[in-house]
Design a protein around this ligand. Structure first.
Ligand code: SAM
Length: 220
């Protein structure tokens, strides 16, 4: 994604009631933050937050956390929230590799990864959000029975993700290589900004749903 630095974005984000400050130490405090004990679903790499906010509007019984590393992108999500506030949505501006600072063990029910950056160079494989390194982090913060949903049009990244699920001892519970033609998996699908853009070009969208396996897996 090409990014323009937007002057003042950091300040707007810092002042927003919808953004959890980086230094807040919010791990274990999410019930307090939302004022209820609803399940938490998060999107990592939420971009302008459209997917997350649409879901949140449909599911007031779930709390949603959007994670995005760039202020200039997150700013758009905050502006939308100011226009149409949702009490069950919060954002964190952060690099996802620090995710375990913000959530305690088993505090999250579902993780969404949508059109994650591909990091095509082999030496950057650990930065891919579907890598074993990230799956090991997600395993800690997901509650038992929790899952992860990943969508992309990038076949190389998807194949890598599929391979990493086995390496990291996760189980694939559903998979498609053409989501929009898969009646069952496409039911209730909410299109992300990137999904709209790439499917309009004719790119098939791949999706998997995976869960950690626990039997005979050494936990950290
Ligand atoms: N999910 C949105 C969609 O599908 O329309 C945006 C997809 S965009 C290609 C990927 C987004 O993930 C970008 O906004 C990028 O800044 C963010 N991102 C990528 N790697 C990240 C990381 N390690 N931590 C936090 N955000 C990340």
């Amino acid at each position: 994604m090409r990014l323009r630095n937007i002057p003042g974005a950091r300040e707007v984000i810092g002042a927003s009631e919808y953004v959890i400050p980086e230094e807040s130490g919010c791990a274990g405090k999410w019930k307090e933050i939302f004022g209820n004990d609803q399940p938490i679903h998060m999107e990592i790499g939420t971009g302008k937050g459209r997917f997350l906010m649409e879901l949140a509007g449909l599911h007031p019984e779930i709390n949603y956390v959007g994670i995005e590393k760039y202020s200039s992108v997150l700013l758009r999500a905050i502006q939308k929230m100011e226009e149409e506030p949702l009490s069950n949505v919060r954002f964190i501006r952060m690099e996802a590799e620090h995710i375990l600072r913000y959530f305690e063990k088993e505090e999250v029910e579902r993780i969404y990864l949508n059109f994650s950056d591909p990091w095509p160079k082999e030496r950057h494989a650990k930065r891919r959000l579907v890598s074993r390194e990230f799956l090991d982090r997600y395993r800690i913060l997901l509650e038992k029975g929790g899952d992860l949903e990943f969508k992309t049009d990038n076949r190389d990244l998807f194949d890598f993700g599929v391979e990493q699920t086995a390496v990291a001892h996760w189980e694939i519970t559903a998979i498609t290589y053409d989501l929009h033609q898969d009646e069952k998996m496409n039911e209730g699908n909410i299109m992300t900004e990137y999904e709209e853009r790439f499917s309009a070009k004719g790119n098939p969208i791949c999706k998997y749903i995976i869960s950690p396996q626990y039997k005979n897996v050494k936990q950290n």
